[in-house]
Design a protein around this ligand. Structure first.
Ligand code: NAD
Length: 492
């Protein structure tokens, strides 16, 4: 079957360069890497293979730009972000096309992501003028004490491929609102969405050097090391896997940077028998588990269902999953796309095989889909999951719903909290006292109660334990890019 990628309305948004100091440039070496459509394997284009010295140039550009950008009035920064938001909104279809092309998610989901991504620029355009200091009663006679907030400086940002637009704006939005300049390394799998956003930032009048977006594939570790060890970079914000987060933290220690890390999850999704509406719980679990083919950091990974409703829940979930239409993201009717690459398919397949070898049953799915392409895996529901299976211990990051049975509230809270990570957790219950108990007991940064979808630019996003630290979005997001300075005046 021939799959057609729609033409961009504005073809100048497909950019095969990096954005440094207000210009689109190649690597000094002219070296490039190829980017492929995960659905078809076809080449989309090439992007510059930046190395350490290219990255240093971008850092220097950001440092120069920071000198004046930090002095621009917050209201003016707000207007720039608002213009960027408007341009994203006007170009939402092209951005969605780029997302689907390089990430594979269905076009409707990509449009949802583009809109969500733009909402961070809107939100932080509104937050820019709303940072406040304190006046503090001094302990020393004659002293007056106050605090001011200032931008932290040049920021190094590193983002993953699963939300090619939203992970970028969720970091750059608050950074610019605070008055920082940034060097963002976009993911090697999905650089074109980020490049289109860079072009829109240019059209929005954001001054040269304030936003720099760079790409690397083979040289990723070198670029990461340059960003994390540069004494000019004062803050690193990273979204990605826990292992890479730990490495970046070690590297950042040499210059003690301010850090925020949004790392991996392994979300528990608990369905109590007092959930009242089992269909709503199934719908919540499906929305949480299968969005982006299970490749979201907040997606349900361990689905715990109380024993009395377990069979009914499994059957209803399987029926819904059978209705999915897996395919090419641009085809009308496609509900679920591929996973990102062969390594991801192997991990998903490995988790299914491991579970089955230890006694789990495949209710639906369970296989690769070679007829569609190398990166497709059937949406899968497994029952009979046990604690010793790989799926219990690490995120699958793919379209596999593993259902565990539990008896008591105490037991399930212990199971939910046994994970080393703690990003999101969900549960369905209509009992008011239980809702408070469980929401407070789950060791996660975000809890969804009777809902499977929790992301919103207005709310704090982030984890605990090995899911990292720091919060993005919300009124707290901008704080990650500011420092508090205390000013004490004597002799007053
Ligand atoms: P990854 O950690 O391999 O890559 C993330 C980013 O880091 C990419 O841009 C990659 O190029 C870059 N990177 C990899 N090695 C690097 C290095 N040595 N130095 C500098 N940069 C490096 O993760 P992934 O597989 O691409 O993404 C999936 C992971 O991200 C999952 O674990 C998921 O849970 C997590 N994630 C977390 C959140 C969140 O907000 N907590 C959101 C999305 C994804």
């Amino acid at each position: 079957m021939v799959h057609t990628v729609p033409k961009l309305k504005d073809s100048s948004l497909l950019i095969e360069k990096c954005y440094v100091n207000g210009e689109f440039v190649n690597a000094a070496s002219s070296s490039t890497f190829e980017v492929h459509d995960p659905s078809t394997g076809k080449r989309i284009g090439r992007c510059p293979e930046f190395n350490a010295s290219d990255t240093e140039k971008a850092i220097s550009a950001a440092a120069e730009a920071f000198k004046y950008f930090r002095r621009i009035l917050p209201r003016e920064r707000s207007r720039m972000l608002r213009k960027w938001f408007n341009l994203m909104t006007e170009n939402v279809e092209d951005i969605a096309t780029l997302i689907t092309w390089e990430n594979g998610k269905p076009l409707a989901d990509a449009k949802g992501e583009a809109t969500y991504a733009a909402s961070f620029l809107e939100w932080f355009s509104e937050e820019a003028p709303r940072t406040y200091g304190d006046t503090i009663g001094a302990s020393v006679p004659g002293n007056r004490v106050l605090t001011i907030k200032q931008p932290v400086g040049v920021c190094g940002l590193i983002t993953p491929w699963n939300f090619p637009a939203a992970m970028i704006t969720r970091k750059i939005g608050p950074a610019l609102a605070a008055g920082c300049a940034v060097v963002a390394k976009s993911p090697g799998e999905t650089p074109f969405t980020a490049n289109a956003l860079a072009e829109l930032s240019r059209r929005a009048g954001i001054p040269p050097g304030v936003v720099n977006i760079i790409t690397a594939h083979k040289n990723t570790a070198e670029v990461g090391e340059t960003l994390t060890t540069s004494p000019i970079v004062k803050k690193v914000s990273f979204t990605g896997s826990t292992n890479v987060g730990k490495l970046l933290m070690k590297q950042s220690a040499s210059s003690l940077k301010k850090l925020s890390f949004e790392l991996g999850g392994n979300a528990p999704f608990i369905v109590f028998d007092d959930c009242a509406d089992i269909n709503a719980a199934v719908a919540g679990a499906i929305a949480s588990k299968f969005r982006s083919s299970g490749q979201t950091c907040v997606c349900a990974n361990r689905i715990y269902v109380q024993s009395g409703i377990y069979d009914q829940f499994a059957q209803k979930m399987a029926e819904k999953v059978k209705e999915f239409k897996v395919g090419f993201g641009f085809d009308v009717g496609t509900t679920h796309g591929p996973v990102i690459h062969g390594r991801a398919v192997s991990k998903v397949e490995g988790h299914v095989k491991d579970a089955v070898s230890k006694g789990a049953q495949v209710v639906v799915g369970g296989q690769k889909m070679p007829d569609l392409g190398d990166n497709f895996f059937q949406p899968t529901v497994l029952t009979g999951l046990k604690n010793d299976m790989q799926l219990a211990g690490e995120e699958t990051f793919g379209p596999v719903a593993g259902l565990f049975s539990f008896e008591t509230e105490k037991e399930v809270v212990e199971l939910a909290n046994q994970a080393e990570v703690g990003l999101a957790g969900y549960f369905f219950s209509r009992s008011v006292d239980r809702i408070w108990r469980i929401a407070e007991a789950l060791e996660v940064g975000m809890v969804g109660v009777n809902t499977g979808l929790i992301s919103d630019s207005a709310t704090p996003f982030g984890g605990v334990k090995q899911s990292g630290f720091g919060r993005e979005g919300s009124k707290y997001g901008i704080e990650e890019y500011m420092i508090i300075k205390t000013i004490t005046m004597g002799g007053c």
